[in-house]
Design a protein around this ligand. Sequence first.
Ligand code: ATP
Ligand code: MG
Length: 663
Amino acid sequence: MTDALAARDLEWALNTPELEEEHKKINAGIVRTRFPPEPNGYLHIGHAKSMNMNFSLAFKKLGVPAESRRTVFRYDDTNPEAESKEYIDSLKKDLDWLGWKPEKTTFSSDNFDFLESCAERLIKAGKAYVCFLASSEVEAQRECCKKRLNAISKGLDPDKEVGDAGGLYPGRYRDTGVEENLKLWNRMKKGFYKQGECSLRMKMDLTSANPNMHDLMAYRIKYSAHPHAGPGRCVYPSYDFTHCICDSFERIDYSICTLEFETRREPYFWLLKELDMYRPKVYEMSRLNIEYTVLSKRRLLKLVEKTVRGWDDPRMPTISGLRRRGYTAECLNAFCDDVGATRNSNLVEVGRLQQHARVALADKARRCMGVLTPVKVVCKGVAKSMLKVPDYPQAPEMGEHDVEFTPTFYVDKRDVRAEADSNFFGFAPGHLVGIKYANIKVVVDSVGPDGVECHVVEEGKPKSYVTWVGEGGLRCEVREYGNLFTVPEPSSDWESEVNPDSEVVFAQAMVDPSVSELCDSKGLDKWTSNVSFQFERIGYFVVDDDTTWVHGQGKGNIVFNSIVGLKEDKAKLAGEGKGKGKGGGGKSSGDAQRAKQAAAKARLEIPLKELFAKDPEWKGLYSKYDDDGIPTHDKEGEELKKSQVKKLKKEYEKHKKALDKKK
Ligand code: ATP
Ligand code: MG
């Protein structure tokens, strides 16, 4: 009996010297991978990781020089009912947008004739048979196989203990003769049978410990036209039948898939051995999962049908959703590089993705001033003036834009409170507040339902400089997004865990008019533009596809989506939108502080030597450690720089002290 995962060492996986020789000759120094999505939904960030692996990381790990790398983009399209032209098109769009350049684009369905000829060869070799068991009977047969194996492992007689499930084991169609099977197979193809009436099954090994060796289905009947191949067929090959043959046929060297396919290696190699075809090397890596979202096309489709506005809704973890949310291709790829390849389960914090967005946007997103919920401020003792504001305060040489200051202006509700408060540095009665860029200070006279009244003063040092929008500000809609789910790991009851407040709309927001030209909807190519801004002191925002603004005419709407807050603890913007948040000048969020305290407490449980291997802050980042457990090599196996090690040593000493104190 073989272990379910034993496929790793399967003799079948080995190519004959002849096959090896032939493959070498054909590929001539080229190393080839493939990315094989099924066009049954839009691609999500898990696929971005898979692309990153197949187009880049795998080659880096293998040390393949750039000129020898090839990746096939293959539509794994064998399931016509679930697939569509819309999905086919979207997959390509997303792949292009991410910047990957496939060697060629193929469709499994282009090989339907070849696949059918393989099926015929298999039948002729006595390794496939037409089976008329109903699907419930096949279930029962598989169950019986498992029970029999169980009995054997306990040293019992399976015939006595389990029996044959009413004649289903090993099943009455297994021994049909070759001629008869060929006849039945041809009838299947010609439409003699109803959907579900029969299937072509591979004659594998019902005594294998791996259930995926229990005569998997090769072909099933479906009376559906195919979105790519068109009408005219009623039998379609299964994933297990198709995938390995296409890999081999396309001369793939490394077939990389996710861990749930590990038990499918055995049938993968079994079939290629039976067909005497080249066996690629198969690797599995863990699926990427991200907190507070789901990454399965089936679930995403349900969200599209019930919860969000579409596959590209900015809350969706799809490539198109993330694009619309303002994430750049560069940012998503950097994130995938960072997550890397592991076989450990891979639940990544949203914060990690958001941090990459901040890094990608910091130098790219032009600054402007915006307010989400405007509160009117009337200021005495000052006149209109035109100000020069730097596009990027950290790099003034990059240019500047004009902003008009007006004595009546607008600030955000978060920067206004009715009562004075020593922890709050925004507008409250009696407070001294600075007005950003205008180079003035004001003292607040009153805060009332109509807004704030204040007057300019010469003396004093304000604790904060508040951002604002003048009277000429453009009205816009700002959509702020929170997590799509209320729990980090949505459960099987995931539909009840959808966050009802994942979108908060600020319909009356304002932004300084200097952005007008950049927001022009005529000038925007929605797919590539991704025009984003940093609203100073608030966060990053991208111009949404719904924008209809026409610069110069002053017509249409501007819609912004929140991408990410400026700091990690501001990431929960949607919550703040409902007025729960802290004022602009307030102290850092209590939640973030509590999280820090919790992390410090948890760290005290980690032995000194295991600090860098176990603590979530560093876990997974390194591949080698010295005798004290201080990392020496990063996760890709590269030696760390001296300065990096020095920093880590400091952390080590800190942890040592903390542990000593605990004792
Ligand atoms: P889904 O359940 O989302 O449909 P899938 O695995 O069925 O996922 P495919 O379109 O068949 O999706 O996947 C194409 C490739 O992307 C496969 O190699 C698959 O292993 C990989 N992939 C899919 N989801 C993830 C993920 N979350 N993390 C890493 N790789 C993934
Ligand atoms: Mg799938």
